[in-house]
Design a protein around this ligand. Sequence first.
Ligand code: SF4
Length: 509
Amino acid sequence: MTVIRQQDFIDSIEDALQFISYYHPLDYVKAVEKAYLKEQSQAAKDAMAQILINSRMSAEGHRPLCQDTGIVTCFVKIGMGVTWDKTDMTVQEMVDEGTRRAYMNPDNPLRASIVADPAGARKNTKDNTPAVVHIDMVPGDHIEVMIAAKGGGSENKSKMVMLNPSDDIAEWVVKTLPLMGAGWCPPGMLGIGIGGTAEKAAVLAKESLMDPVDIQELIERGPQTTEEKLRLDIFNKVNALGIGAQGLGGLTTVVDVKIKSMPTHAASKPVAMIPNCAATRHAHFHLDGTGPAKLEVPKLEDWPEVTWEVGASTRRVNMDTVTKEEIQEWKSGETVLLSGKMLTGRDAAHKRIQTMLDEGKGLPEGVDLTNRFIYYVGPVDAVGDEVVGPAGPTTATRMDKFTDMMLEKTGLIGMIGKAERGPATVKSIAKHKAVYLMAVGGAAYLVSKAIKQARVVAFEDLGMEAIYEFEVKDMPVTVAVDSQGNNAHETGPAIWKAKIEELDAALSK
Ligand code: SF4
């Protein structure tokens, strides 16, 4: 019988969650570097450069890769020969305790994003608990833990289907993926679970994402099994879609496709697909009774030396003086460097603004959106001499339902977020001659370095969802929707899909 100390388990969970908040798995870094070197689309290449620079900065600064530090998902495989030194806590409670300590660590506080009463009050639990824990009893006398911090943007894009037994899984993936938009911050991975029952397929999909990126090895040695053949088929077909990094069009949308399967009912073919984002974060460790797990600290030399410089002709904008007339010249796909003051706001702030305007109360005191830009963000708390913690964009699509009201009633001229806007919102942006700018999702620590001052101006009770005023210097963004309604998330992938077809045709000659 191996005796596992409760304290070792809790300490190991805490350490692993801190570790993955700032260290990308190196297999993911190497895969993005490979994609970056091969990329021909400038917008996608720029986005991957920012992701790689951000990754190295986080590793060096021990600060989160992304402002969304995720929902903790933990697979615990307990050997049948294991016993515990104490029995006053369940495994769920021990994982929660490790989570609580990791997220409230004063040296590197992580953003608490979990809300209780999800169908009602949605009140933040303040310590990012509870974690989602999957427990398996397995043969052996040790404990294996796979733990991840899964971003909401990528989790929100998960899909599930009960296919007919004769249906083609790759066809379903290729048909479904473009409908998921770019809110999952590609380039990333797809986890696919096949078989079992509906809920089991989803768990298999999630667990498959705990495996390392190794598709290049599979390509080199050649697929042997049904799953390996399917992985390659999906990998090639998805990348041929031209969606590219951040959905701006390019050669690489996924750096790997993982599959786990199990037997299923003869009448069923359950399939679940869960994407992993640019903030791929997971760790794997074993406990054998000799103490807490020690994760191997990667060396900074393992990160590529990527630099990213904007061209001399890049448009520089002073947001304090920019006029609506000036933004009419900005073109979809163009890079812009923003300086000056912007306001922030995301889901809860928008909802509250709408209620206040509906009730005839006007905007909250201190908030004037005339000729201003709003940044969709919920930053991590600052530490030390930081102005603000990691502060990358959140998915703009969730703010679509408020956008027409904001443009119509507040004098707002621009928005900054990540991922695409819906068709009605693009029309509204064009109608109001406004613009939507996109920052790179998954480059939050890098973005925070452009923020020189930050202060809360309204809704302080909303915590990370409060309205802040940020003063930024040279914050890089891409014009995603210009004032004529030209949409880079539509044109980019369409152009690159056609280019990839041309490249493939030329190669096969
Ligand atoms: S990279 Fe994108 S999807 Fe992933 S956690 Fe960050 S914002 Fe969310």
